[in-house]
Design a binder for this molecule. Structure first.
Ligand code: C2E
Ligand code: CA
Ligand code: CA
Ligand code: CA
Length: 275
């Protein structure tokens, strides 16, 4: 028993050491990635359900890693959040997204995901004000996507911050609606302009009466509270039809387009040349 205990410990500590090594490596890597322009902003179109017009794009990060290839945010955002690097990464993403958005048609909006830690950074407001001014983008064309987890801690502080963004004219979306712990009272207390139905509910619309009921109720709630409703993860004509019939304002998902570099979206978006 002693032997096997020791072996377990060895394996365990090897694993911990390995994990710590990957952590350190990823962190060094991420710093270098920013400096070497390895991080890319992809854009996923958001379509008006009633007119079919593309009304906005969500910014989604990709990492063109020199040896590991194209990496999705799933494997590095969490890490950047744990190490605090997300503040710098988030600032960069905002500036880059707004720089690219200069090439959008006049009224098209740009959505950017904001991590809870960023909301607490004193810099965020400044970064936004500056990036909007430098790129001459009207504040109402910028949407900050935040998740319910932001609302869990420091509620008053968060509320204060969100109000500042609203005063600027920036729009705020509640992302991944239905997956967190939020109480419905948040919807009344926070100044959300938009509610995004999580793709987990959208994905089962074709097969599950429960998901249809939740989607329908969410759409009604958004309507009643005067919020725009966007469905994410729309993949099938059936989902599109159900959501449209039930009053969903905007659709986003592979059915309309995968996230792409802006230059690959010319078939959907009238992209401008800017210096
Ligand atoms: P999210 O904000 O919920 O973004 C939607 C995710 O769903 C994206 O994954 C998108 O590629 C994916 N998706 C879109 N349409 C479909 C569809 O029809 N079917 C399916 N199965 N998936 C679809 P992605 O790009 O891997 O991003 C994952 C998450 O990483 C995002 O989830 C967001 O939370 C985070 N993220 C991405 N970029 C940023 C960023 O710049 N800052 C922060 N803080 N987080 C980011
Ligand atoms: Ca999002
Ligand atoms: Ca989402
Ligand atoms: Ca999500």
């Amino acid at each position: 028993a002693k032997e096997s205990g020791k072996r377990t410990w060895c394996i365990f500590s090897d694993e911990l050491a390995e994990r710590a090594r990957i952590r350190r490596e990823t962190e060094v890597d991420l710093h270098r990635a920013l400096e070497n322009n390895e991080l890319l902003t992809y854009f996923q179109p958001q379509m008006c359900a009633s007119t079919g017009e593309i009304v906005g794009c969500e910014t989604l990060l990709r990492w063109k890693h020199p040896t590991r290839g194209l990496i999705g945010p799933g494997s590095f955002i969490k890490h950047a959040e744990d190490t605090g690097f997300i503040t710098r990464l988030g600032d960069w993403t905002l500036r880059e997204a707004l720089r690219v958005a200069r090439r959008f048609p006049d009224n098209m909006r740009v959505a950017v995901n904001i991590s809870p830690l960023q909301i607490h950074s004193a810099n965020l407001l400044n970064t936004i004000v500056n990036a909007l001014a430098v790129n001459q983008i009207a504040p109402s064309r910028l949407e900050l996507e935040i998740t319910e987890s932001v609302l869990l801690s420091d509620t008053e502080f968060t509320l204060e911050r969100l109000r500042k963004f609203k005063e600027l004219g920036v729009r705020i979306s509640l992302d991944d609606f239905g997956t967190g712990y939020s109480s419905l009272s948040y919807l009344r207390r926070f100044p959300f302009d938009k509610l995004k139905i999580d793709k987990g509910f959208v994905q089962d619309i074709d097969h599950s009466e429960e998901c249809r009921a939740i989607a329908r109720a969410t759409l009604q709630l958004a309507k009643a509270l005067n919020m725009v409703c966007t469905a994410e993860g729309v993949e099938t004509e059936g989902q599109k039809q159900f959501l449209t019939e039930n009053g969903c304002d905007e659709l986003q998902g592979f059915l309309i387009s995968r996230p792409q570099p802006l230059d690959k979206l010319t078939h959907l978006i009238d992209i401008r040349d800017v210096p």
